[in-house]
Design a protein around this ligand. Structure first.
Ligand code: NI
Length: 164
């Protein structure tokens, strides 16, 4: 997702190019991560720096051309790393504007669940679950959608969006 406020990054590791809508990887189903080794930690660090530099508040691995189930989020409440994330419960709804680093310059209103319960693994493979509401819940749904090849414009409430 696109940042709503500017953020400054520090200790840059590697900044990836963010792929734009029309790139086929964005429409692929991302693969489950099975190896929790150093490379995964490096990918998460690089994704985080890429997101902060953009600036954005969320980034999914397919957005940098890696079709794996890896997501980073930071809506200003701390860094969240999610490997193989899944929404296991959801309730209520919220309508709000969304943007995406892969769809520059476009904002659309999207209806999302208001609260979600997510199961994921950390960079070491440790499973954890947590609940989120409001904007964090929105960011989670947006990023987890990326892993299924879904972009927010596919879910826009009103005006459609022509890809390519
Ligand atoms: Ni996005």
């Amino acid at each position: 997702m696109v940042a709503t406020e500017g953020k400054k990054g520090e200790d840059f590791v590697a900044i990836y190019e963010i792929l734009k809508i029309g790139h086929p990887v964005l429409r692929e189903k991302a693969r489950v991560v099975t190896k929790f080794k150093t490379n995964l930690g490096r990918l998460l660090d690089d994704m985080y720096e890429t997101m902060v530099a953009a600036p954005g508040v969320g980034l999914a691995a397919p957005q940098i051309g890696i079709a794996k189930q890896v997501v980073v989020i930071d809506i200003g409440e701390g860094r969240l790393e999610l490997v193989n994330p899944e929404i296991i419960q959801a309730c209520g709804h919220q309508d709000g504007l969304e943007g995406c680093l892969s769809v520059p310059g476009v904002e659309r209103e999207v209806r999302r669940f208001d609260s979600v319960r997510v199961k994921a693994q950390d960079r070491h493979g440790q499973e954890f679950t947590f609940e989120a509401t409001g904007f964090l819940a929105r960011a989670l749904q947006h990023e987890i959608d990326h892993l299924a090849g879904i972009l927010f414009v596919d879910r826009a409430n009103r005006e459609g969006f022509r890809e390519g």
